[in-house]
Design a binder for this molecule. Structure first.
Ligand SMILES: [Ca+2]
Length: 473
């Protein structure tokens, strides 16, 4: 007994000495694995029994799982712009992908707000903020917000258009190489080359975004399996398995280079899963909606020796939190005269239950039409979402729909115009019971906070009625 104790003490001392003299312990490497359109329950550890993700599950189990992690948007570009700039959508103007006026004009009651396809070069990206602290950074994979990662401060940038020979059409190139594998190999090379200095790797896979394409040998395996609930697309499952293999390989590289205890690995998705191929049950909806299934995403943090394994954090975190988190861990300075909308979540990594923040917000002044032939769980059958602003505060969530708010009497008619929905996510994670009128005290408080935030951040609200809609009436 005594011997064991002494051994433990000795080990602790050795460990502390290592820590104190660690080459770069004060500047951990940061590996951010960003999956495209991966749904909240898609990884095995989040509940799927059809998709197989043994390597992801293993790391998640030895790390900290975040059950209330949010993307900053329900689709790709704004989510990425917010992660990279550390800012909510009204500050950078990337509200959606491409056109804000999707669907048929006669179905849209408002003229949406113009969308930026990229954020200004004046924005100080997380890569630019980490550079003065000695970090080498790489953006490998999908970029989707500007001409190139190098123009936004990354040392290395490699999206599929910059990789040779024909990935333009999808996930295979003309030599039948699979894009997920290729990006993983590029990432492994970057890690290996930079093993002796602090690095930031932003590995943004194109999977599991459409087109749904995967390696044949993996597809046949899932074809032989029974569907589990709404998870049952074999090709989609095979895409996820390739992601799992990517995570295994990235982690094996880190481990083989002896960098595990000095490398923070984060697994995250840019928005919810695509309603045609997967679902997020018990959450409502999927990609493109501001119900939970569209914005709540799988997330875990793996950092042996620093983040206690087998832990779960249920405090709400959001994509904009990574920027200040990385700054803190890197010992970098927050850029001068530059607003960050997120908060560092390092306290959560250390096992604290909360950080000082009351609420998180979303703002989407545009339209996304429904997927054809899909009976989804959106508010109406025509659009996945219409212009909306959202606040989550504690267990409560309020959605404010701009069409009804602007055109149907706003606050004055709030009890009858269907302009807001209020949900208690703890009791009703599937957002089936709108408590807007039943709990109007709570509704009014959240609405007040949301309006105040819109005002503070100067969020553009669409106010112009669309004549095509009026003519149709
Ligand atoms: Ca996406």
């Amino acid at each position: 007994m005594k011997k064991t104790k002494l051994l433990l003490i000795a080990l602790t001392i050795v460990y502390s000495l290592c820590s104190a003299s660690g080459i770069a312990r004060d500047k951990p490497n940061i590996v951010f694995i960003f999956i495209d359109d991966l749904g909240w329950t898609d990884p095995g550890y989040m509940g799927s029994t059809y998709y197989e993700t043994p390597n992801i599950d293993l790391l998640a189990g030895h790390g900290m799982i975040f059950t209330n992690a949010y993307a900053n948007a329900a689709n790709c570009a704004p989510s990425r712009a917010s992660f990279l700039t550390g800012q909510y959508t009204p500050r950078h103007g990337v509200f959606t992908v491409a056109r804000p006026d999707r669907g048929e004009s006669e179905d849209r009651r408002l003229i949406p707000i113009e969308n930026s396809r990229q954020f200004s070069p004046d924005k100080i990206t997380i890569a630019e903020a980490l550079r003065p602290a000695g970090y080498v950074s790489a953006a490998i994979g999908k970029w989707h917000v500007a001409d190139s990662p190098q123009q936004q401060g990354f040392d290395v940038g490699l999206n599929k258009f910059q990789i040779a020979n024909g990935y333009e059409a999808g996930h295979f190139n003309i030599e039948k190489e699979y894009l997920t594998d290729r990006l993983t190999n590029e990432a492994v090379e970057f890690i290996t080359q930079n093993k002796d200095n602090p690095f930031f790797l932003y590995l943004a896979h194109y999977a599991v975004h459409t087109p749904i394409e995967a390696k044949e040998n993996l597809i046949s395996k899932y074809n032989a399996k029974d569907a589990a609930g709404c998870h049952g697309n074999a090709t989609y499952a095979a895409m996820i398995e390739s992601i799992d293999e990517s995570v295994r390989k990235i982690n094996a590289t880190i481990k083989d280079l002896g960098l595990s205890e000095n490398t923070l690995l984060i697994f995250f998705s840019d928005n919810g899963g695509h309603g045609t191929y997967t679902c997020q049950k018990p959450l409502r909806g999927g990609k493109g909606m501001f119900y939970e299934g569209g914005i709540r995403v799988p997330m875990f943090v793996y950092w042996p020796g620093e983040v206690r394994g087998g832990t779960i954090c249920d405090f709400p975190v959001i994509g904009t939190d990574f920027y200040p988190t990385f700054i803190e861990l890197a010992g970098a300075q927050q850029p001068v005269d530059y607003i960050l909308d997120g908060k560092s979540i390092v306290r959560l990594f250390k096992g604290k239950k909360s950080i000082k923040r009351d609420a998180v917000f979303w703002h989407f002044p545009a339209y996304l039409n429904s997927y054809e032939g899909l009976k989804d769980e959106s508010r109406d059958t025509v659009f996945r979402t219409r212009p909306v602003s959202v606040i989550r505060k504690g267990d409560w969530k309020l959605l404010m729909f701009h069409e009804e708010w602007v055109l149907d009497g706003g606050k004055e008619k709030i009890n009858s115009n269907n302009s807001v929905e209020l949900y208690n996510l703890k009791k009703d994670p599937g957002e089936s019971d709108n408590l807007s009128n039943a709990n109007n005290k709570r509704r009014n408080k959240l609405l007040e906070d949301l309006l105040e935030w819109q005002n503070e951040i100067n969020a553009p609200i669409p106010t112009q009625a669309n004549s095509a809609y009026i003519e149709k009436l």
